[in-house]
Design a protein around this ligand. Structure first.
Ligand code: BES
Ligand code: MN
Ligand code: ZN
Length: 503
């Protein structure tokens, strides 16, 4: 799908269809909708007055050929109440409109940059939200469908953002370009997570990293089993030893010439390409979902792509320990005691708490960089989904400043996070009789004990852990997130990086 920016007058411009938003209530016709209303001698006002369309959130209303408007059709999209309108709602509304237009079989549409005007929000940020809503809302994963489904020939080829004048044109061009880069990064993460585990293997993730490095000028290094052994990553190796797919430790670096900081920000993504639980086998029901246990790694790949394409002036390192977790004659067993790269010994209570094991060694490896901060993204615990539900990530960490950055980014991007405590009292739950620590506590505070385990390996470096087990997968279609992999984390972390120096 191509995105264009054009300069012109909304009533005079020709297109298949123009999409504008209106708010609910008496004075709901504003911005672009007002211009069209004026040009058509009150056509939209009349529709609202008759009660045919009320501007309810995400609802649509189609109007055909109208006097005073050059475009063939106008689609009005409801924005709900003006006082409740946010960028998140703009994403949802433009997605809803774009899906309606696609399902009609139309191939091209136009959205004015002033689709909506929100107080305290720049037109540039609004245009970004429009582009994200359309690009992410129209996403679909059809790679393994051999038959053309009806919808497939219904595909939007291009859409235009309309600017009023030169200044707007220049601003919108920039906004479109960065929102497109960001949306493509989210789509990369979604594609990787939607891929089944027999395709998206650790080796496939390593190849993807290599391809990204080549295309966008990132530095890449892949550590194979031999090197992983040499480094003493005993925890990572233990998880990998039950699988025939060779484990990979992926390192991507973005170090631009205009870099502002000498020490990097290290991002770590859990990439268990299939989590069967290992010897502590999971129940079969719903196990097919465990292909998404590499969503943290997929997000880090997306973030690294965006960081390079946006030329973010920061040194950013992405670390992705990638392996399967399978039962086998050689697999890790409950009761085993293993030695991590840090030297700490770990007693295995359950082989299904494998994410924290591979992250432990990645955290130790990360400390070698003396990073300014470490952020890990991991589908770590089912308990986090029980605590916060399927749309919110658990946020934990040791540094309030870093946590604040993430909370701030969460507000802007709509990727929701909620902080859980890592108080010392919880350490009790991971005390082992025979080793330094055990890899799982009981049922109590399951998301937190996951975080407490990781904390042991982060050392003194400002570190945040984001448990994304819930929001990486959508069980049903959402406003701009189709059912399936969501790409959660990419927009959140890119926003943190973009604001790193400003805050
Ligand atoms: N990958 C799972 C966590 C998970 C569960 C993600 C459900 C998404 C949906 C993780 O490796 C795991 O199995 N965690 C265990 C930890 C427990 C054994 C301490 C869990 O949550 O049950
Ligand atoms: Mn597991
Ligand atoms: Zn897992």
């Amino acid at each position: 799908m191509k995105i264009q920016v054009k300069e012109g007058n909304i009533a005079a411009i020709k297109d298949e269809i123009i999409m504008v938003g209106i708010f609910e209530g008496k004075d709901g016709i504003k911005a672009a909708a007002r211009s069209l209303d004026t040009a058509s001698a009150g056509m939209i006002s009349e529709i609202v007055q008759r009660g045919d369309f009320k501007g309810e959130l995400y609802k649509t209303f189609l109007i055909h050929k109208t006097q005073g408007i050059a475009a063939r059709r106008v689609l009005i999209v409801g924005l709900g109440k003006e006082k409740d309108c946010t960028l998140e709602k703009v994403r949802g509304a433009t997605s809803s409109g774009a899906r309606f237009i696609r399902d009609m079989g139309i191939k091209h549409f136009l959205v004015p940059g002033n689709f909506v005007q929100l107080s305290d929000i720049s037109s540039s940020d609004t245009v970004k939200a429009i582009v994200e809503g359309v690009c992410l809302g129209l996403y679909s994963f059809k790679q393994f469908k051999t038959k053309n489904e009806k919808r497939q020939d219904k595909e939007i080829k291009e859409f235009t953002i309309l600017a009023e004048g030169r200044n707007e044109y220049t601003t919108f061009k920039k906004a479109v370009s960065s929102a497109e880069i960001l949306s493509n990064a989210v789509k990369l993460a979604r594609d990787l997570v939607n891929q089944p585990a027999n395709k998206a293997t650790p080796g496939y993730l390593a190849q993807t990293a290599q391809a990204l490095a080549k295309q966008y000028g990132l530095k890449v290094r892949i550590l194979d089993i031999r090197l992983i052994k040499k480094l003493g990553m005993g925890c990572f190796l233990s998880v990998a030893q039950g699988s025939r797919e060779p484990a990979q430790f992926i390192i991507l670096e973005h170090k631009p010439k205009n870099v502002l900081h000498a020490h990097p920000i290290v991002l770590i993504g859990k990439a268990v390409t299939f989590d069967s639980g290992g010897i502590s086998l999971k129940p079969p029901q719903g196990m097919e979902r465990m292909k998404d246990d590499m969503a943290g790694g997929a997000a880090v790949l997306g973030i690294m792509q965006a960081a390079a394409q946006l030329n973010i002036p920061l040194y950013v390192v992405g670390l992705i320990p990638a392996t399967e977790n399978l039962p086998d004659g050689a697999a890790l067993k409950p009761g085993d005691i293993i030695t991590s790269m840090s030297g700490k010994t770990v007693e295995i209570i359950t082989t299904d708490a494998e994410g924290r094991l591979i992250l432990a060694d990645a955290l130790t490896y990360a400390t070698r960089y003396q990073p300014e901060a470490i952020i890990d993204l991991a589908t770590l615990t089912g308990a986090c989904v029980i605590a916060l539900g399927g749309e919110v990530a658990g946020l934990m960490g040791s540094d309030e400043g870093l946590l604040d950055r993430l909370k701030q980014a969460s507000k802007v991007t709509g990727e929701k996070v909620w902080q859980l405590p890592l108080w010392d009292e919880y350490a009790e739950l991971l005390k082992s009789d025979s080793a330094d620590i055990k890899n799982a506590g009981g049922r109590d505070a399951g998301a937190i004990t996951g975080g407490m385990f990781l904390k042991e390996f982060a050392g003194k470096i400002p570190w945040a852990h984001i448990d994304i087990a819930g929001p990486v997968w959508a069980e049903k279609d959402k406003p701009y997130i189709p059912k399936g992999a969501t790409g959660f984390g990419v927009r959140l972390i890119v926003n943190v990086l973009e604001n790193w120096v400003k805050m």
